[in-house]
Design a protein around this ligand. Structure first.
Ligand code: NAP
Length: 283
């Protein structure tokens, strides 16, 4: 039976450390503050927002919400981003994406001050992830994968990692973070010729496809560690990952559950980035 690598203990350990750092900032007269920018009311954004609000409250981070309707214009959103950039009392910004189709997402992301880019959406932050320079903040979900591996004592050096998904939000940045820790990384996608064969060779399998069942029983092998990043709703309305969980439970070494796995750690990483940004702001 596979070990369940839950996110809650990882998040709890991070929260305790972050609360102390938040208190130290408050003692210096700084309230670490996150701006949340949401356009429209997509259920997945609302769900992540609830988690982020709860986590920030636990840590001691103030949140300012900027809520725009889905019909808002590019100019409306740009004005909000510029206001956040100008406001020295805001240390980080979380912008929910994808933005509505009538908006130029690349231009909006590029407008955010790199110092406040706590979710790795600007080209500069992503370049830092790819160069391994350590400047900027990696996308929170990608970093959450590393936090889980570290918490459960998984040594990455020399391991064969296979990542399913190549988005700029998860697949590519998590691949670069794993490479930076000396794993040998293969990135798979919808045009991969034989996904099961690629996946079966993995010591560490990271599923970030956004499709229930994309990582089937044929992709799994004994001894594997599986991080299931996917968040999908199945035909019965249940939240499920990308991995055939029933098959994984009986074959792999360890797997993160959905819900309660990677997602539970992502908001803690976000909180840590806000604290770091506030610490940097006071020098
Ligand atoms: P995305 O932009 O849709 O990218 C999905 C990637 O997976 C694409 O590269 C796609 O390949 C690949 N893919 C899709 N179906 C596949 C299949 N059957 N076989 C192989 N590759 C496949 O999604 P995303 O933004 O990266 O998000 C991925 C998942 O993570 C979603 O379920 C999302 O809800 C979840 N998520 C979780 C968290 C968290 O905190 N746990 C946070 C954010 C998102 P192509 O490039 O060839 O199209």
């Amino acid at each position: 039976m596979a070990q369940l690598w839950k996110g809650a203990p990882v998040a709890a350990a991070l929260t305790e450390e972050l609360s102390q750092r938040a208190q130290a900032l408050v003692a210096k007269g700084i309230t670490p503050t996150l701006a949340i920018v949401r356009v429209g009311e997509r259920p997945e954004d609302l769900s992540y927002e609830r988690g982020a609000l709860k986590r920030c409250e636990k840590v001691g981070i103030a949140v300012r919400q900027y809520l725009l309707t889905a019909a808002s214009s590019q100019t409306d959103l740009m004005e909000v981003i510029e206001e956040i950039n100008r406001d020295d009392s805001i240390h980080g910004c979380l912008l929910f994406r994808p933005l509505p189709k009538h908006m130029d997402e690349a231009a909006i992301c590029a407008a955010l001050s790199p110092a406040k880019d706590v979710d790795g959406i600007t080209a500069g932050s992503l370049a830092a992830v790819f160069s391994g320079s350590g400047a900027g903040y990696p996308p929170c979900t990608a970093q959450a994968c590393l936090e889980i591996l570290d918490h459960y004592g998984y040594e990455l050096k020399g391991k064969r990692a296979v990542v399913v998904g190549r988005s700029l939000v998860i697949g590519k940045p998590v691949s670069m973070l794993l490479l930076g820790r000396h794993a040998t990384v293969t990135i798979c996608h919808t045009r991969t010729a034989d996904l099961p064969a690629e996946c079966r060779r993995a010591d560490l399998l990271v599923a970030a496809a956004g499709k229930a069942g994309a990582v089937s029983a044929q992709c799994l092998a004994s001894g594997q560690v599986v991080l299931d990043v996917g968040i999908n709703v199945d035909e019965d309305g249940n939240l499920v990952g990308d991995v055939d969980f029933a098959a994984a439970e009986n074959s792999v070494e360890a797997i993160t559950p959905v819900p309660g796995g990677v997602g539970a750690v992502t908001t803690s990483v976000l909180a840590r980035h806000v604290i770091e940004a506030a610490e940097k702001a006071i020098g």
